[in-house]
Design a protein around this ligand. Sequence first.
Ligand code: CTP
Length: 408
Amino acid sequence: MLRKSPFKHKKILIGITGGIAAYKIPQLVRILKKEGAEVQVVLSESAKSFVTPQTLSVLSEKPALSDFFKSDQGEWNNHVHLGLWADLILIAPAGANTLAKMSHGICDNLLMSVILSARCPIFVAPAMDLDMWTHPSTQSNIQTLVNRGVHMIEPEEGSLASGLEGKGRMAEPENIAHVLSGYLAPKPNYFLGKRVLVTAGGTQEPIDPVRYIGNHSSGKMGFAIAEQLIQLGAEVELVYGAVTVVPPTNCQSYQTRTAKEMKAKCDEIFPTCDVLIMAAAVADYHVVDVAAEKIKKTDDTLMLALAKNPDILKSLSEAKKEHQVLIGFALETEQEEFHALEKLQKKNLDCIVLNSLNNPKAGFAVDTNEVTLFCKDGEQYHIPTQQKDEVAAALLNKVGDWLSKTNP
Ligand code: CTP
């Protein structure tokens, strides 16, 4: 049977910056074109000293672009359109200067503007001299980019243009193509046919008939996860508390109020599920004596005795069968990673999703989120700020990949 190339009909934008390794990019363009990709090349001004736009235009069958303006008639190369056109962007070779510009959002040429406008995955194949590669500023820029979700194609070891030997050579075109192909290849859909229990929203603990202890959870993230799972072909059971948005209609859903009610529903459903995704914000305490009548404001202060709620996730993890997978959320305001990893271990989870409240565009109520996924084997993935449905898709993609590897 003929293999369908993962590059078929994919729109790949290759950004070339100044560096001797630029002479290898025509070879990469040829490989990608042969595999069926549409390739658009954008060069920085200094890249032209190492490879000609004419060669790249001929091989890519598109004009290789480097200027904002196409001619003196004012026609321009729209960087926003280019950024949105691409399914994937590769910057190769990327020197220390390019990495620094990317990490600081400097946008002084067409290529940098395209990168800032892009919403697709970005891959970078660095190339530079040994000492520039190991320099703390380069390494810190790389870390910043990786934390933002940029994929690094590690340079290779060997003789460098300076005559030195060591790490810094751009990965060979065949190896770059191999990395991109692995990324674009269709992945097994772990969630297809799986029964998944998702919790969402916040619990409310009554004080009296009109008041309660609650939290700011809107249910948006949990619902986005449920929606995405349905699209992936999972059978979703949704248990939710107080929310500000409408739950998905194409799955079984149950509304609960207190942590105790949520626990009872989860205890009933979980034994028949394959996966639990616990996105609900469960109140840690409940009022010991809930007043039967509305509390009157007779005193200047009011003391409420609170008692600890059961930890739903922890108790389900204690009851879990071998094939069952548990994924928790951690909402932290300080020492975020430390606390998330502590919960991963204490609650005996497979993965934990860290939500930071330090980013104003992440967490409760807002439509966007930024999360980091920590898996029990030490793997971790950062998902940069995006709409919650996009975060849900990226998160399930990563979790699904990880589960296909570790829990086939
Ligand atoms: N959780 C739960 N039952 C609780 C409290 C939390 O099932 N009574 C779940 C949450 O849904 C989440 C994970 O445990 O998936 C972590 O919740 P979080 O509120 O971040 O942490 P806590 O365990 O409550 O610890 P703390 O409040 O001290 O940070």
